[in-house]
Design a protein around this ligand. Structure first.
Ligand code: SAM
Ligand code: SF4
Length: 376
């Protein structure tokens, strides 16, 4: 069971001498006990979604939050302002659930942009209905977009998302590009025996259009609790799958806290087994691999998360969450809200622990919340 707490409860950290209560000397911003500073805010606009991706949602959907429980536009705007003005947030990603199902999405973005002219504001979306909204989102001030796209085959797409909307999604991606919401990044989760063989053709398609594809290792954040380590496609398998058609070499640009490890991509010269990039022609673009399970990047994590009902989560795998919206609605000042956020982030776990889990995973406890209910 996850614990929902009003105020952060100090806990001793086993085997560690780091203080469990944020000391006055901790300084400004969203720092934690291990010296990390969160500057990248992921804010969920809704828990609702119009797809039912098998690795995220059950077929019947989830029990949605009531309208009253979800942050209003005004509350979102205030929380972001506190994050940016008091706590050092430097970039914002809007997510969900599916952000496009929020009827006031364009107004929210416009207000955020008015308050923060220079803040990078991106959005992760399944792109259903995006074709109609891309231009308005750009005009409102959205900087960039990430679209989830796991397959280019109608049947496979429908099997994975349980909805027959591939054409809408493809139209949405193209509309985002045309509206100037680039660079467009695509997120793909590979599922064994379903879309894993499609990895090279997905990449070829993305490169041909100038989109940046990122493969995400499937994480144990599905509402059905069906994830097994045995079934997930690992980052090393992804590199292997791609290496039949492409040669990947590390992107020389600094990773700079990004979850994706980026590679430059060249098409493999016919019949060449050599991995020496120089024999394989020009760089066609880049591909990212987000290896949250097998090659975690917790030590450099810069994310802070706010769920659709205004709970602070310091990590996707937190079993604890802290109520920011309740405090806000009780009339708290910006200073009090900032302090709660800082206290919650101070307790961010050192690591999620999935990488230490054996094949039978007896000691890893999957969080109650699924990805859609956190805001991925
Ligand atoms: N609905 C939007 C979408 O799908 O892009 C935004 C929310 S969705 C939760 C955000 C991202 O989380 C998507 O790229 C999705 O593929 C990813 N995701 C969902 N469940 C996941 C899981 N169990 N493991 C890895 N990634 C997951
Ligand atoms: Fe919806 Fe995104 Fe989850 Fe798919 S991954 S069910 S689109 S929230």
């Amino acid at each position: 069971m996850s614990v929902q707490l009003g105020m952060p409860q100090p806990r001793e950290v086993a085997g560690s001498n780091v203080p469990a209560v944020r000391p006055a000397t901790a300084g400004a911003g969203l720092v934690d006990r291990y010296g990390r500073r969160a500057t990248d805010m992921r804010l969920s606009l809704t828990d609702k979604c119009n797809l039912r991706c098998t690795y995220c949602m059950p077929a019947e959907g989830l029990e949605w939050l009531s309208k009253q429980a979800v942050m209003t536009a005004g509350e979102i705007v205030r929380i972001v302002r506190i994050g940016v003005e008091r706590l050092g947030v430097r970039e914002l990603r809007l997510t969900g659930g599916e952000p496009l199902v929020r009827h006031d999405l364009v107004e929210i973005i416009a207000e955020l942009r008015r308050n923060h002219p220079d803040l990078p504001i991106s959005m992760t979306t399944n792109a259903v209905g995006l074709a109609k909204k891309a231009a308005a989102l750009k005009a409102a001030g959205l900087t960039r977009i990430n679209v989830s796209l796991d397959s280019l085959h109608e049947e496979t797409f429908t099997q994975l998302t349980r909805r027959p909307f591939l054409n809408q999604v493809l139209a949405g991606v193209d509309a985002a590009w045309a509206a100037g919401l680039g660079p467009v990044k695509l997120n793909a989760v590979l599922m064994r025996g379903i879309n894993d063989a499609e990895a090279p053709s997905l990449l070829a398609w993305a490169l041909g259009r100038g989109y940046e594809l990122r493969f995400i290792e499937q994480m144990p954040l599905d509402a059905d609790h069906g994830w097994t380590r045995r079934d997930m496609i690992t980052a090393s398998e992804i590199r292997e799958l791609l290496s039949r058609d492409f040669v990947l070499s590390p992107d020389p640009r600094a990773r700079d806290g990004a979850p994706a490890e980026r590679f430059e991509v060249r098409r493999r010269a016919a019949g060449s087994g050599a991995d020496d990039a120089s024999v394989h022609g020009p760089v066609l673009g880049t591909v990212g691999i987000i290896a949250s399970v097998t090659e975690p990047f917790c030590s450099d994590c810069r994310r802070t998360r706010i769920t659709a009902e205004g709970k602070i989560m310091s990590c996707l795998f937190s079993h604890e969450e802290y109520d920011l919206l309740g405090l806000l609605r009780s009339g708290a000042s910006d200073e009090d809200l900032a302090r709660r956020w800082q206290d919650a982030m101070w307790l961010k776990p050192k690591a999620h622990g999935m990488d230490h889990v054996g094949l039978d995973a007896p000691d890893f406890v999957q969080p109650d919340r699924s990805m859609s209910a956190i805001g991925g």
